[in-house]
Design a protein around this ligand. Structure first.
Ligand SMILES: *Cc1c(COP(=O)(O)O)cnc(C)c1O
Length: 369
């Protein structure tokens, strides 16, 4: 018997809702920038960088044009002299691979921990050698993974650690906010992220003054002073003054929005208890609940079930980096990464979902069981 056509459609995301809610503050931010006449690296960017550093529990934040640029500049600024390899996970959407390749470095992949789906000291250990200069840990789906042991191992070998916090802004673990446990952290303000701009944006956060200074030079041609290229590898990657103003206008509500995301995932998790879907838990301050991710061994069947009920789903991420033709990776076997890439899919999770929409997803989860 076929399902009656769904009356409610639940989208994966709907940015128009957040824009409608924030319209007045965004408009005021826009007007303030126009009135100031300062359009690049002005007072809004400085103020946003100060507030972002405070939120991240670090001394410095440097705004750049995107999360991928933040990764590229952070990798350039942390790679020790004489080393060439960036070690990372292959399940995090390929952003680190893109950034490391653009910086001219080689990329090596380690498998992930089967539960956190993030790099761990144990999963990275077999791949660390004297060529590795930087390890990039992605806090996947917003789950701030404990990297203390990994950082200690890396530092004992002269390797620096960059945390990709694109999905984890606002989370904190053991009293340390995202980006405060490695040598530097990177953030994306892509519109669907937990703190979204009205366009592209990114930032590097760090308490290391040398790294902060280096990325500050790199984001503006390597100039020091103006028009004198003091360091190699500089680019034009500045956070727009307008985007900084929009981000300042939205920053206050980040904790509330992260809490709302966590409550959505908690309801999905509860609905899935005892069934065929495993909803990855996101309860607690260590999780920004960026994505509501489900694991199942029959993904096509499950996604079809939700689609029939008008519920959109997506896969984060369907192609592991080491299998992407464009990354030209050396052959490597990463069983946990490969298994997860076949099993995961994401359900709608954004703060502006209505209770009726959340309920519809919960009902579909329960019925699928
Ligand atoms: C979105 C994202 C990025 C890239 O950010 P952009 O601003 O889109 O360049 C990097 N890493 C992760 C884990 C992301 O989710």
């Amino acid at each position: 018997m076929s399902q009656a056509p769904p009356t409610l459609r639940v989208p994966m995301n709907d940015l128009a809702r957040g824009i409608a809610r924030d319209r007045d503050v965004l408009q005021a931010a826009f007007d303030a920038v126009l009135d100031s006449g300062q359009l690049v690296l002005g007072p809004q960017t400085t103020r946003f960088e100060e507030q972002l550093a405070a939120l991240s529990g670090v001394e410095f934040a440097v705004g750049v044009a995107s999360g991928t640029d933040a990764l590229e500049l952070a990798i350039r600024a942390t790679m020790p002299e004489g080393r060439r390899v960036v070690l990372t996970a292959a399940n995090a959407g390929g952003y680190t691979s893109t950034a490391a390749r653009r910086a001219g470095f080689d990329v090596r992949y380690a498998d992930v921990d089967p539960v956190s789906l993030c790099l761990s000291a144990g999963s990275a250990a077999p791949y660390l050698d004297d060529g590795v200069g930087v390890v990039v840990v992605t806090h996947l789906y917003g789950n701030l993974t404990d990297i203390r042991e990994l950082v200690a191992d890396c530092h004992s070998r002269g390797i620096l650690v960059v945390e990709d916090c694109a999905q984890a802004i606002g989370a904190s673990l053991n009293g340390r906010p995202a980006g405060g446990s490695g040598d530097a952290g990177t953030i994306s303000f892509y519109p669907t992220k937990n703190l979204g701009a009205v366009g592209d944006g990114g930032a590097i956060v760090t308490s290391n003054s040398e790294i902060a200074e280096r990325v500050t030079l790199l984001r503006q041609y390597g100039w020091q002073p103006r028009y004198r290229v003091a360091v190699p590898g500089g680019v034009n990657s500045r956070l727009d003054e307008l985007q900084a103003a929009f981000l300042l206008a939205r920053l206050d509500r980040l904790p509330e929005h992260n809490a709302r995301r966590r409550s959505i995932i908690a309801r999905y998790e509860h609905s899935a208890l005892g069934g065929r879907l495993l909803v990855l838990p996101a309860a607690g301050e260590h999780h920004s609940a960026h994505l509501a991710v489900v694991r199942t061994d029959d993904r096509d069947d499950a996604r079809g079930w939700f689609a029939e009920r008008g519920i959109s789903t997506d896969i984060h991420f369907p192609f592991p980096d080491h299998e992407q033709p464009g990354f030209e990776a050396a052959p490597v076997s990463l069983p946990e990464t490969e298994r997860a890439s076949r099993e995961v899919f994401s359900l709608p999770c954004f703060p502006e979902l209505t209770d009726a929409e959340i309920e519809a997803v919960c009902d579909a989860i329960k019925e699928y069981a």
